[in-house]
Design a protein around this ligand. Structure first.
Ligand SMILES: Cc1cc2nc3c(=O)[nH]c(=O)nc-3n(C[C@H](O)[C@H](O)[C@H](O)COP(=O)(O)OP(=O)(O)OC[C@H]3O[C@@H](n4cnc5c(N)ncnc54)[C@H](O)[C@@H]3O)c2cc1C
Length: 502
């Protein structure tokens, strides 16, 4: 290698599983790497439901990216939201917190921005039914779930109390099943003796799905076992029921025979479906590449996009051979992409096409019960749960997090204690626009500030939902702002904005 030549610049968009594994594969490679993420942490999404239901703290499932990558001397981390790519000029365009623009030049670009929650064309449901993808989502759900028990305690009528103690979950995949089980468990165990006027154990948890069984991807045998475990816990299964509307007081579900039912519920949570983020559409436009039905970017067998050998896509954002959107695919795809770029920088021949090794999947149903599918091996009950536990300990990022999570699980599972129940008290009942809250604008700061209202029990009234015709349509994410200005020509990230520049 020519030592006078500056090292190749690799830009990785996203510090999730795929981005992190790509960056790790480039450690000590003769390249300089920039990982850009709109969050300052790497998040272990599979345990978000435990953060939402008070078992783990946000710090135990999210590690600062700077800390995780501190020993990677050739890797830099940037907090910014990437909004576009200009393949002709080899730059990505990003917004810093505050809104000013950066242009970051690349020689190799790795896109690993993941996916977002999909409301199947009904983004207006998000105002009443938060999804779960980020720490902000998990904390919003924690606020609503624990807030509902508080509201039930001070309810003035039986009907109102019943409403607050009814939780409806949409989507019976792993996340919906895990959340449903956890809410029943916390109602019947953790909170059972803590309330005087209401009985948390009366909480109803309704789980809706258009399919015929929960956890359908685990096959009929394990899904039947999961269904039995959920029923035993007291979760009410509404399978073959497609949710067609959600408002401030509940949801409407359409049965297979076409009949519709309205279910009143104080809390509705959404865990069904994912879609590509707006960035995927911007990339597809800029690079002239195809997207699949959910908007994910179609990649070639080496995970690059057609016509752009310097642009790769890995993880949930990529579409290849109908691979599922799971952590293991993201880790293997990220590692493959990182090592492909390293080999090129070292002058080695490119590797063969990406091959995914399926290591199986696991879902937690309740304390002492989980289902695990590894090849032909199917585990359920306590053995499934032990395997689930070991897998999650092994894959949690950071030694400290593993240690703390194990200690917390020991206490939570043996003594029915959930130590992480702190939540702010604003907008418990209607969580009007969850995604505006997460976006971090003024509304966000107002929405998450603790007003102290929780110290005085207060009667709150749900605002009636506007009729569908008056609800705002369109994306729930913040609109992209401003126009790109001329690059000043440095090789590092360029701040081209006029507001809040450094
Ligand atoms: C609640 C939940 C439970 C799950 N449970 C399991 C499970 O049990 N087992 C399993 O295998 N999988 C599970 N998954 C799926 C698994 O978490 C994903 O497949 C995996 O996280 C995908 O990794 P990724 O790197 O592609 O994307 P992500 O992990 O989503 O990372 C994307 C990163 O990109 C950043 N980002 C996004 N947009 C931008 C932008 N425009 N600019 C800058 N940064 C951006 C995000 O902040 C994030 O850090 C679960 C997912 C969820 C949401």
């Amino acid at each position: 290698m020519d030592s006078d030549k500056p090292p190749r610049r690799v830009v990785i968009v996203g510090g999730g599983f795929a981005g992190l594994y790509a960056a790790r594969a480039l450690r000590r490679a003769p390249v300089s790497v920039i990982v850009i993420d709109r969050a300052a942490h790497h998040l272990f999404q599979p345990l978000l439901y435990q953060c939402a239901t008070g078992i783990l703290s946000e710090g135990e499932i999210a590690s600062p990216l700077r800390l995780v990558l501190r020993r990677h001397k050739n890797v830099e981390t940037l907090l910014a939201e990437v909004v576009d790519v200009d393949p002709a000029r080899h730059v990505v365009i990003a917004l810093r917190p505050g809104g000013s623009r950066l242009e970051i030049p690349y020689d190799d670009l790795v896109l690993t921005a993941g996916v977002r929650q999909s409301y199947f064309g009904h983004d207006e449901f998000a105002a009443h039914a938060p999804g779960m993808k980020t720490i902000g989502d998990a904390l919003a759900i924690r606020q609503r779930v624990f807030g509902a028990f508080e509201l039930a305690e001070t309810a003035s009528t039986v009907e109102e109390r019943r409403k607050h103690l009814t939780f409806a979950l949409v989507g019976a995949g792993p996340t919906g099943v895990e959340l449903a089980g956890q809410i029943r468990e916390l109602a019947t165990h953790t909170l059972r003796k803590e309330f005087h006027r209401s009985a948390p154990g009366d909480a109803r948890v309704l789980l809706f799905d258009g399919g015929s069984e929960p956890l359908a991807s685990f096959g009929p045998k394990l899904s039947a076992r999961a269904a039995a475990a959920l029923t035993h816990l007291g979760v009410e299964l509404h399978m073959n029921s497609r949710v067609t509307d959600v408002d401030a007081t509940g949801l409407t579900a359409q049965r297979k025979d076409g009949g519709e039912e309205y279910h009143e519920a104080g809390t509705v949570l959404w865990t069904a479906g994912v879609a590509a983020p707006p960035l995927a559409h911007a990339i597809a436009r800029a690079c002239g590449v195809e997207q699949d039905r959910s908007g994910r970017i179609k990649v070639q067998p080496d995970l690059t996009v057609h016509g752009h050998p310097d642009i790769s896509v890995a993880g949930d954002l990529m579409s290849l051979d109908r691979l599922p959107g799971v952590a293991e695919v993201a880790m293997q795809a990220g590692r493959y992409t990182g090592s492909r770029i390293r080999r090129a920088a070292q002058g080695h021949a490119p590797p063969g096409p990406f091959k995914y090794r399926d290591l199986g999947s696991a879902a937690y149903v309740a304390r002492g019960r989980a289902v695990v599918l590894v090849g032909r091996i199917r585990l359920s009950g306590f053995l499934g749960w032990l395997t689930w536990l070991l897998l999650h300990i092994a894959f949690l990022t950071g030694f400290r997090n593993r240690l703390f999570a194990v200690a917390t699980w020991l206490v939570a599972f043996t003594r029915e204690v959930r130590p992480e129940r702190a939540f702010t008290t604003r907008e418990i009942e209607t969580a009007r626009n969850v995604y505006a809250v997460i976006a971090g604008g003024d509304a966000a700061r107002a929405g998450t500030r603790d007003t102290g209202a929780g110290t005085v029990p207060r009667q709150t009234t749900a605002e009636p939902a506007p009729p569908p015709s008056e609800r705002p349509a369109g994306p729930t994410r913040p609109a992209e702002r401003g126009g790109v200005q001329r690059p000043p020509g440095s090789s590092g990230p360029r701040d081209t904005g006029s507001t809040g520049g450094s």
